[in-house]
Design a protein around this ligand. Structure first.
Ligand code: NAD
Ligand code: ZN
Length: 259
């Protein structure tokens, strides 16, 4: 057997293993990152094609930058993010996780993404660790607006009360919403399997969630084309591949019927 044959059968084994582990699991929690949305055309921050190749995060995505010059942050970052988020659609990775919820396996998704695609795919319990770009909130009265409906003829866009709108997302230098933190810890403490999909696991404290899962005795399964700091340390195994393709193969293996 050539190298390719061996790699393929190793991959087949891991898909089978994941399908069996999911079939046996009763409470699955998923932790997702930018990688799961790449197949929906949303660029990641880090790495090739990432936003950070063009911008310095501390310049545009830091809370101090937003407070100092909201017009600049709107023009450089938020307008472009709005365009991307307004038109992006869930891919097979998101849809696969929605099916796992329908099957009664997946209880909660903890996502670092701010694109709203898990909800669009149909998952009902999504903890937005970093908030959402799909909503804007007034800096003065905190009223929320759907980003899709925000009129950009004036930058920065404003609330009915006159206050400036900002993404309802966590900027660098801001705290993780305490409720997201608390609810995540709770969900993780109750799970028996955690799927870690498309996250480089370097942004804290989200990257700690698989560590907590491991501590409570849960199995930790990674889906990512690349190794991460969790690989070989915290995760039981890594399925090296794209989220959408891997989820499809796992679900086929689980013999899920119906749409
Ligand atoms: P990251 O950019 O640090 O890492 C992305 C990971 O995805 C990498 O490990 C990469 O190997 C993997 N990957 C690449 N293609 C993949 C595919 N097709 N399927 C599965 N995995 C794939 O992302 P992060 O760990 O989420 O941290 C970045 C931070 O940036 C997050 O906190 C998030 O808030 C923010 N962010 C969000 C979005 C989004 O909402 N879609 C996009 C960019 C950044
Ligand atoms: Zn207002």
């Amino acid at each position: 057997m050539g190298v390719w044959g061996r790699e393929h059968s190793a991959m087949d084994e891991l898909i089978k293993k994941a399908a069996a582990d999911l079939a046996a699991a009763r409470k699955v929690v998923a932790l997702t990152g930018a990688g799961i949305s790449i197949e929906s055309g949303i660029p990641p921050f880090r790495g090739k094609g990432g936003l950070w190749e063009r911008f310095d995060p501390m310049e545009v995505a830091h809370i101090d930058a937003l407070m100092r010059d909201p017009v600049r942050v709107w023009n450089i970052l938020v307008k472009e993010m709005k365009e991307i988020v307004d038109t992006a659609r869930p891919n097979d990775g998101h849809k696969g996780l929605a099916k796992l919820e329908q099957m009664g396996k997946l209880k909660t998704i903890i996502t670092q993404n701010i694109d709203g695609l898990h909800q669009a795919a149909g998952n009902t319990d999504v903890i937005e660790f970093h908030g959402s770009f799909a909503r804007q909130r007034c800096m003065d009265c905190h009223k929320k607006y759907e980003t899709l409906n925000v009129d950009l003829s004036e930058i920065p866009p404003r609330c009915g009360c006159g206050g400036i709108l900002r993404p309802d997302a966590v900027f660098f230098g801001e705290m993780i919403p305490p409720e997201a933190m608390w609810r995540s810890r709770q969900a993780v403490s109750e799970c028996d399997l955690m799927l870690v999909v498309g996250t480089s696991a370097v942004v804290q404290p989200a990257a700690l969630m698989p560590v907590f899962a491991k501590e409570t005795g849960a199995r930790v399964v990674e889906i990512n084309p690349e190794r991460t700091p969790l690989t070989g340390e915290i995760s039981d195994y890594l399925i090296r591949g794209k989220a959408g393709e891997v989820m499809n193969r796992i679900l086929t293996e689980m013999d899920f019927v119906g749409e």
